[in-house]
Write a protein that binds this ligand. Structure first.
Ligand SMILES: [Fe+2]
Length: 295
């Protein structure tokens, strides 16, 4: 990124106010060219028509933290395309439509998951709500919080990493809530959770957490050009179900993942992350710049 532009963006942007957990910037990208009809699969996105929005979103994200993707998710790209695909309509992934996308932390299975999840809206003609709930708003008793701090469940990679992404990996116990430097944090993805205990107090507390999110959650219907920044340690998110038409006019979001210089609980550093590898585009460009010339 050109240094003057990067500096100007840093002066203009601030990360989400952690106490609130998300920031909505209406219409930030509204003047950019339309990326074209919504394709039926992320692989069919026209990169040239998407370039202005993808670059603008990546610039904003890079001003907030370190942008990354995953080797096995959308081919390692830094800007993901969230749009309905017929073959995934019933799954718990961003490409679903006919089922509600239940409350979850993005990439909860991995210790290097994003600190910020950044979404930009291409179109959302039916005003499908992006659902948001904060662990700091959720009414959870002290007794349940004590249970949820016990590392008694394992969260596996979701279906967007391909079939069998968790095969061969030994499940590692994870905590659902913990106290970070700024307050309570959460790691939650019940659709891909394997409970490692039958302790009734723990299981009941875990089940009640969904109701606590449901009680305090809200929905934001993104409009074209809107930017939404979520704190992935304090907010869970989801999506209402909708009927995809696959006619080029369906809901389409762009997504970028960002790391901040934060620390998470020390036990997470020993997790294998199901051997899913993050891809840091700035590391690639640095190594390319340093690599010797090859014929
Ligand atoms: Fe998500």
């Amino acid at each position: 990124m050109a240094q003057p532009l990067a500096e100007a963006l840093r002066r203009t942007l601030t990360p989400p106010v952690l106490a609130r957990g998300f920031v909505l910037v209406p219409g930030l990208f509204a003047d950019l060219p339309d990326p074209g009809p919504t394709p039926r699969h992320w692989k069919e996105v026209d990169p040239e028509r998407s370039a202005p929005l993808d670059v603008a979103l990546a610039l904003v994200a890079a001003a907030l933290g370190r942008v990354f993707g995953w080797t096995n998710q959308q081919a390692g790209r830094s800007v993901h395309n969230i749009l309905p695909s017929p073959e995934h309509s019933h799954e718990q992934v961003g490409a679903s439509s006919t089922v509600p996308l239940v409350w979850h932390t993005e990439d909860a299975f991995h210790p290097e998951r994003a600190d910020l999840v950044i979404l930009a809206c291409v179109r959302n003609p039916d005003l499908i709500g992006t659902r948001l709930a904060g662990i700091r708003d959720a009414a959870v008793t002290d007794a349940d919080l004590a249970q949820l701090g016990r590392p008694l469940l394992a969260i596996e990679p979701d279906d967007s990493y391909g079939a069998g992404a968790s095969a061969g990996a030994v499940p590692v116990g994870m905590s659902t809530v913990w106290n970070g430097p700024t307050g309570r944090c959460v790691r939650y993805d019940p659709s891909y959770t394997r409970l490692m205990t039958d302790d009734a107090r723990f299981v009941a507390a875990f089940r009640r957490l969904e109701g606590a999110f449901e009680a305090c959650g809200r929905a934001v219907a993104l409009a074209p050009g809107d930017l939404l920044i979520l704190d992935n340690d304090t907010m869970v998110h989801g999506r209402a179900p909708f009927r995809a038409r696959y006619d080029g006019g369906d809901r389409w979001l762009k997504r970028v993942l960002v790391r901040l210089p934060r620390t998470r609980p020390e036990p997470e550093r020993r997790e294998h992350g199901y051997h899913q590898d993050p891809v840091y585009p700035d590391a690639i460009s640095r190594s390319e710049q340093c690599a010797p010339d090859h014929p």
